[in-house]
Structure formats: structure tokens, C-alpha cells
Design a protein around this ligand. Structure first.
Ligand code: TUI
Length: 318
């Protein structure tokens, strides 16, 4: 039940990935997700290589199961992090926020499974040609850095355009979203925001609480003027960002203003001046639970939805 080709490719019981969120997806969260049968993914962010190596080693202390590392392509340490992932024999690397053309061949050559995160049909096609093993296709409902197409139309368009397994991301937070993604042709799902609200996630309690209290319209997107749209909770920080963009402040100043703000919210719990990156699914999150409970809920809910739908299909027309 719920076994897809993605499970075989990544050697995981459930086709559920945890997004590699910078400063949030640390060894504690990722190991818990892998232990519970999904794929935990460490957030490389723009952290220096020593940090990423320590996180990998810590994950290995906590679990024997497969896990991944996310490398955002704007990190100043991309090459060094690629090399250390190879040295440490990391089973899976996901990439984000750009084209992985410059790093994908090296990783593939070393036997690492590469799963780029993309937000368009064009990049999905390109990374398939480069040799990607699967792709995470992320709709703009997601938190953090986003593309400009929503999940519902994007997933089936990518599914029709490529032959590798597609993992749906953006707006998924429960078993209903999981089944919806499978109905669109995805072989699995990736969730970020929902995994923040777990007991194992090291994000500051203020961050988690802000997500539990958030509703459907609590997020806004900023950064369009500098070509890096980002979704985060509406707060004094994101409103100020919006204001600076409206005033036409230089790209340099805007980028400088944004630097370090995610870490400020996630580590220090400053949810007013920090950037509380989150997806629109935050309105669907009502509690903070252990990872294993969340994974069980996902699977049990998904099975119930599938049964409900199949009984609908079996009903006789009157
Ligand atoms: O990368 C993410 N999400 C992120 S990264 C991040 S850290 C950050 N900090 C401060 C400012 C900005 C970011 C927070 N969230 N998701 C994967 C993702 N990749 N979403 C969308 C894309 C994407 C977008 C355009 C991938 C490729 C792309 O086009 C590149 C091309 O060449 O076509």
C-alpha cells in the first residue's frame, strides 16, 4: 500500500520526503523522518562545509537508514559541499533554487542519487536529460524560495513531460494532499512546512507556534524585484521587505536586508524581525507532534481517502 517506484529508487518504505530546509532540517529532524520510513533531507543552506559534514555524521549516529542533503545552488560553498557529500557517501542529494547543470555530472559519476527541485516544465525536461534520478516539482504554495506556478496545474504538466519519478511539493500537509499528489501522477510527496511542526525539529518554539496559529492567508511573497521570490509569514520583517521593494531600494541593499533573517527566526525565535519562511499549508497545521505520529497519520489518512474514493467509483448510477 502506497508503495511506488520512488520507494525502490530511494530504498524507503513510504514515498514521503522531508524538504531540506536551511537551519531547520538538521540531523534531529532528518534522522527521525528516515527512521519513520520516509527520506529525511538535511538542509545545506549556505552553511560552510564543516557544518554540513557534522550534520551528516550526526545523522548517521541517529539512523542507519538512507537520507539526503539539500544543496541550494546559490550557496557560496556548492562545490565544497558536493565534494564532501561524495566523500561521506551521502545516498541522495537534492538541489534547489537554480539549475544543477554544473554539479549533477560529478555527483552521478560518484554514484549519488540526484533529485533536483524544479518549479517549471522546462527545467524538469533539462534535468532529466542531464541524468537526474527523480525530480521534486515544487508549486508556489511552498515556503521559502519559490517559482511562479501552483502545484495543481504544475505536477501533471511535468508528469506528462518526463519519464523519471516526480515528487510533488507545495501545499501538501496531510493524507488528502498526499493522495491528491498521487492522483496527479506523482510517485511521492515532499513536505517542508508540516515537518517544522514536529517535536524533533530544532526550529525555535516561537517559529512552530507561529505556524500553528497561522491561517490560509498568513503568508506573503517578497523578493520579486530581485528575482528571488520568497514566501514567508506576514510579519514586521516581510512587511518591511515589501516596503523597501516598493520604494525601489537597490538590489544590493535589499539582499543585505534579507541576509541572516531566516536563521534569526529559526534559531533565536525572533519571529518579528526574522523571516518565518512557510508555505500556504500553514493554515492546515494545528499541532506539534512527533515525526512518527505525523508519518502514521499521513499513511492512515491516505489509505482512508483512497478507500473513500474507490467506494465512490464502485457506486452504481441511479
Ligand atoms: O530552494 C528552495 N527553497 C528555499 S531555498 C531557501 S534559503 C533562502 N534564503 C534567503 C533567500 C532566499 C532563499 C529557502 N527556501 N526550493 C527549491 C526551489 N527551487 N523552489 C523553486 C526553485 C527553482 C526556481 C527557479 C529552481 C530552479 C529555478 O530556475 C532555474 C533555471 O535555471 O531555470
Amino acid at each position: 500500500m502506497l508503495h511506488t517506484p520512488l520507494c525502490d529508487l530511494l530504498a524507503i518504505p513510504y514515498p514521503i520526503l522531508q524538504g531540506g530546509m536551511a537551519w531547520i532540517a538538521t540531523a534531529e529532524l532528518s534522522a527521525a523522518v528516515s527512521e519513520a520510513g520516509g527520506l529525511g533531507i538535511l538542509g545545506g543552506g549556505n552553511a560552510p562545509p564543516q557544518y554540513v559534514r557534522a550534520q551528516i555524521r550526526q545523522t548517521r549516529k541517529l539512523t542507519d537508514r538512507p537520507f539526503g542533503v539539500n544543496i541550494p545552488l546559490f550557496s557560496p560553498y556548492v562545490d565544497a559541499v558536493v565534494e564532501l557529500c561524495i566523500e561521506e557517501e551521502v545516498p541522495v542529494v537534492t538541489t534547489g533554487a537554480g539549475s544543477p547543470a554544473l554539479i549533477l555530472p560529478r555527483l552521478k559519476e560518484a554514484g549519488v542519487r540526484v533529485v533536483p527541485v524544479v518549479a517549471s516544465v522546462a527545467l524538469a525536461r533539462r534535468v532529466e536529460r542531464m541524468g537526474a534520478d527523480a525530480i521534486v516539482v515544487e508549486g508556489m504554495e511552498s515556503g521559502g524560495h519559490i517559482g511562479d506556478v501552483t502545484t495543481l496545474p504544475l505536477i501533471p504538466q511535468v508528469v506528462d513531460a518526463v519519464d523519471i519519478p516526480v515528487v510533488a511539493a507545495g501545499g501538501i500537509g496531510d493524507g488528502r494532499g498526499f493522495v491528491a499528489a498521487l492522483a496527479l501522477g506523482a510517485a511521492g510527496v515532499q513536505m517542508g512546512t508540516r515537518f517544522i511542526c514536529t517535536t524533533e525539529c530544532i526550529a525555535h518554539p516561537n517559529y512552530k507556534q507561529a505556524l500553528v496559529q497561522a491561517h490560509d492567508r498568513s503568508t506573503i511573497t517578497t523578493g520579486h524585484s530581485v528575482g528571488h521570490p520568497v514566501r514567508a509569514l506576514r510579519n514586521p520583517m516581510s512587511r518591511m521587505f515589501e516596503e523597501l521593494e516598493r520604494e525601489g531600494v537597490s538590489e544590493e541593499e535589499i539582499m543585505e536586508f534579507g541576509t541572516g533573517k531566516l536563521r534569526l527566526a529559526a534559531e533565536e525565535g525572533n519571529i518579528r524581525e526574522g523571516s518565518v519562511m512557510a508555505g500556504q499549508v500553514c493554515g492546515l497545521i494545528h499541532d506539534i507532534v512527533p515525526v512518527r505520529e505525523l508519518m502514521t497519520r499521513m499513511v492512515v489518512e491516505a489509505q482512508a481517502v483512497i478507500e473513500q474514493l474507490s467506494s465512490l467509483a464502485d457506486q452504481q448510477a441511479v
